[in-house]
Ligand binder design. Structure first.
Ligand code: DOR
Ligand code: ZN
Length: 352
């Protein structure tokens, strides 16, 4: 197959940042995706509906400015789907307000200390039970960063331990709560989601579909492949590809594109995050093509997520062509630059 027309996709897990960084990265997402679930791990974190509303307005303003300045196509449309950042103090009232807002579509659970800007996260799962109860009642989905934070647990085992423990607890204790295991990276997480009750789903990033942990050490230390949860063994990558290309509605696209300035990635203590937005859809096409499953790309990228979130599927189409192009070495990012996934190398597919 040399070209493929699919319904315009959505990105169900995205870090858009704020200020000049937001202005710099937003055009990369909106060229391909119609909507995105926007992560709330700003500093300070987006913990209230008022903060989510203000952030949404900054995103819309950046979108409009991008159109005026030519960085975003005049005809483009984009809807940011906002999330709240769950803390020990998130109340049932916060959840009711979020549901009533119409623009908050989910609540993100970061175990405190699990990843970038997670310090304000939940310090013990039990502390979040009243909020989870309210989310179940108001039918507001919980998005989970599924890693335990105990430093004694090996970093490559942290997701598996979380799945066996906290994720299992959440799913069984709140049987009506919709839950998304975000950016799953292991066979165990994929199997858990596959076998779980209805209402449990997972996003899968393109970097976890393309690369195993060897990429971080290929010929030297490669900080741009460092993210959390960290890349895993090849057997896990294969299990993720099998899940993503299976056609099961529980699995859908979420890039977790997470830009950091080049200087903070190439650093003695570099930040976690892979910036995949500039070629995300194209690289997903490459994964599905390599698996002989291009016919499953549209449902994974454009149907399953919308169905899970009970939003209409997009009406527009996009066209992908099997034509190689070189992904730039870096892009502007405020006063700095940001290095994309697969920098300076070829992508096999491009968007028409
Ligand atoms: O690699 C990551 N980067 N994982 C996360 O969970 C957060 C993200 C970020 O915000 O940079
Ligand atoms: Zn993320």
């Amino acid at each position: 197959m040399k070209s493929l027309v699919i319904t315009r996709p959505d990105d169900w897990h995205l870090h858009l940042r704020d200020g000049p960084a937001l202005a710099a990265v937003l055009p990369h997402t909106v060229r391909a995706f119609a909507r995105a679930i926007v992560m709330p791990n700003l500093k300070p974190a987006v913990t209230s509906v008022a903060a989510a509303d203000a952030y949404r307005q900054r995103i819309v303003a950046a979108f409009d400015a991008g159109k005026r300045g030519g960085a975003i196509a005049a005809g483009a449309r984009f809807e940011p789907l906002m999330t709240l950042y769950l803390t020990d103090r998130t109340s049932p009232r916060d959840i009711a307000l979020a549901r009533a807002s119409g623009f908050v579509h989910a609540v993100k659970y970061y175990p405190a200390g699990a990843t970038t800007n997670s310090d304000a996260g939940v310090t013990a799962l039990e502390r979040a039970f009243p909020a989870l109860e309210a989310m179940q009642k108001h039918d507001l989905p919980l998005l989970v960063h599924g890693e335990v934070t105990d430093p004694a647990i090996d970093i490559f085992d942290r997701e598996r331990m979380f799945v066996d423990g906290q994720l299992q607890t959440i799913v069984s204790r709140f049987p009506g709560l919709r839950v998304v295991a975000e950016h799953i990276t292991t066979r165990e997480a994929a199997t858990f989601v596959e076998q779980a009750r209805p209402g449990v789903a997972a996003t899968i990033t393109v970097h976890h579909l393309l690369y195993n942990r060897g990429a971080i050490f290929q010929g030297g230390i490669r900080p741009h492949f460092y993210c959390l949860p960290v890349l895993k063994r090849e057997e896990h990558r294969r299990a993720l590809v099998a899940a993503a290309t299976s056609g099961q509605p529980k699995f859908f696209l979420g890039t977790d594109s997470a830009p950091h300035p080049r200087g903070l990635k190439e650093h003695p203590c570099g930040c976690a995050g892979v910036f995949s937005a500039p070629a995300a859809l194209e690289l997903y096409a490459e994964v599905f093509d390599a698996a002989g499953a291009l016919d499953k790309l549209e449902s994974f990228a454009s149907h399953h997520g919308a169905d899970f979130y009970r939003l209409p599927r997009n009406a527009e189409k996009v066209t992908l062509l099997k034509e190689a192009w070189t992904i730039p070495a870096e892009y502007p990012f405020g006063d700095e630059t940001v290095v994309p996934l697969r920098c300076g190398e070829q992508a096999a597919w491009r968007m028409a």
